[in-house]
Design a protein around this ligand. Structure first.
Ligand SMILES: C[S@@+](CC[C@H](N)C(=O)[O-])C[C@H]1O[C@@H](n2cnc3c(N)ncnc32)[C@H](O)[C@@H]1O
Length: 325
């Protein structure tokens, strides 16, 4: 194993710029040291371009930028790894897998979103990743029972419960003497997840139970030592602020995941909305959380397993003189 006297390799981007040094003992990803340091930032203050047929993806309303998904996937996996999204909508995670050369599996209960994902793949000439139609509660159980696949990363974005059915409308702040409407106006003509409403959980308790069921199965499907990242936005509703990220942290910790941190995605493109001006202070929420969990290893990697990782890393860097920037 003389080759392993080499410990670090300098990598270059396609335009010949140095990406920094890659540690062949890297157990998690394909990032160089300086890229790794950058990936640990706890705030991402960034808007994303209207890529991958955004107009089509916008029909969903809760879609995530594929480029943001790509960067999370690149942080928590290596090329060729398996990524699961149990609530995959119009496929932000799956397009992120395409961009980063990973293998994605998504589950989505609403066929309309699956059709849109396939339509985008056609229009963009992308090979579609595996998208399974159905309720994650049954589908994941099935995957566990078949014992077919274990995943290297879970990246997902959780649906809300019925209070999210009606879309916030601009300028629906309350008039003198009116009751607070909350940020989701019943009078709104728009309906963000209206096509999803029949699939949404009825109450917050039902929602917690869905989260518990799906992430218990995710825990079984995740390889030891691997990570799980969950998008979640906190909410202001009917005069109260809900710390949904705290709920997610509590439920996933009870399952056995270890909370490792939170990344705040500040979407600099997000417009401010006017609520309650002159009457009450209501936040214009322009950020979301990406909660990072890990399924810890119960047994440390053996020397042999570490050597296999090094050999695979060396092969990958040999085959590619430069990785994507
Ligand atoms: C917040 S969206 C995810 C959006 C996604 N990140 C994207 O980029 O398009 C959550 C999705 O979960 C789906 N969903 C809700 N309950 C589900 C269940 N039990 N099983 C599978 N999918 C479900 C909804 O239809 C919705 O599309």
């Amino acid at each position: 194993m003389g080759e392993y006297n080499i410990r670090k390799i300098e990598l270059f981007s396609k335009n010949g710029k140095s990406r920094g040094f890659y540690d062949l003992a890297n157990q998690l990803n394909d990032l160089t040291g300086k890229e790794w340091v950058f990936s640990t930032k706890s705030v991402i203050p960034k808007g994303y371009p209207p890529s991958f047929k955004l107009k089509l993806r916008n029909k969903h309303g809760g879609q995530k930028p594929p480029e943001l998904c790509e960067s999370l996937i690149s942080t928590f996996t290596k090329e060729g790894d398996f990524v699961l999204d149990p609530f995959c909508g119009v496929g932000g995670t799956l397009i992120g897998c395409h961009l980063s050369n990973r293998i994605g599996v998504g589950v989505e209960i609403n066929k309309d979103w699956i059709d849109i994902y396939h339509n985008i793949c056609d229009l963009e000439s992308i090979e579609p990743q595996e998208m399974i139609h159905g309720d994650s509660r049954g589908i994941l159980r099935n995957l566990i029972e078949k014992n077919k696949k274990k995943f290297d990363f879970i990246l997902t974005d959780i649906p809300y419960w019925k209070m999210d059915v009606v879309e916030k409308s601009k300028g629906t702040y309350k008039k003198v003497g009116e009751d607070s409407k909350g940020i989701y106006s019943e009078k709104s003509k728009l309906s963000r997840f209206s096509r999803d409403s029949k699939y949404l959980e009825r109450t917050k308790e039902d929602w917690e139970s869905l989260v518990n069921d799906v992430f218990s199965d995710c825990f079984s499907l995740l390889k030891p030592g691997s990570y799980c990242a969950v998008f979640i936005g906190n909410m202001y509703y009917k005069g109260r602020y809900f710390l949904l990220n705290a709920d997610i942290a509590r439920i996933l910790s009870q399952i056995g995941f270890i909370l490792k941190g939170e990344i705040i995605w500040y979407d600099v493109n997000k417009k401010l909305h006017l609520y309650g001006i002159s009457y009450s202070w209501i936040p214009s929420i322009v950020h979301q959380f990406i909660m990072i969990f890990r399924k810890e290893r119960t047994i440390k990697l053996s020397k042999g397993e570490k050597e296999i990782i090094q050999a695979n890393n060396l092969n990958r860097t040999k085959n590619k003189t430069s990785f994507k920037n």
